[in-house]
Design a protein around this ligand. Sequence first.
Ligand SMILES: Nc1nc2c(ncn2[C@@H]2O[C@H](COP(=O)(O)OP(=O)(O)O)[C@@H](O)[C@H]2O)c(=O)[nH]1
Ligand SMILES: [Mg+2]
Length: 108
Amino acid sequence: MTDHTDFTPPSDTATALPTVVIIGRPNVGKSTLFNRIVGSQQAIVEDRPGITRDRKELEAEWLDIPFLVVDTGGWMPGGDALEAKVSRQVEQAVQEADVVLFVVNTTV
Ligand SMILES: Nc1nc2c(ncn2[C@@H]2O[C@H](COP(=O)(O)OP(=O)(O)O)[C@@H](O)[C@H]2O)c(=O)[nH]1
Ligand SMILES: [Mg+2]
């Protein structure tokens, strides 16, 4: 059985796929969007910010186009030590991205 909770380095097939990375501040709906794209509840959705700390990456497709989609932790570059660490991971994911989806909360 495949364990989707662990990040595994992309296979050769996977690296050939375009990479879509979802980023944004904590609690804006990144994991919700990720789950919608992959079609099931793979990423933890929480009312509290800061639940997603490691990137989560899965193969997906939209309109028959396959790609890799990556969920990331909240981007908080000015935060504490842990937030700074998560933010570095987010920035690393952006560097590897072909497309960046920047999610914002329009109600604040
Ligand atoms: N009103 C509203 N709430 C949302 C939406 N997307 C996500 N949420 C809620 O916002 C909270 C944070 O969602 P989550 O996906 O965990 O955000 P993340 O921290 O950016 O990954 C959860 O309570 C979600 O149910 C949306 O489009 N509208
Ligand atoms: Mg999340």
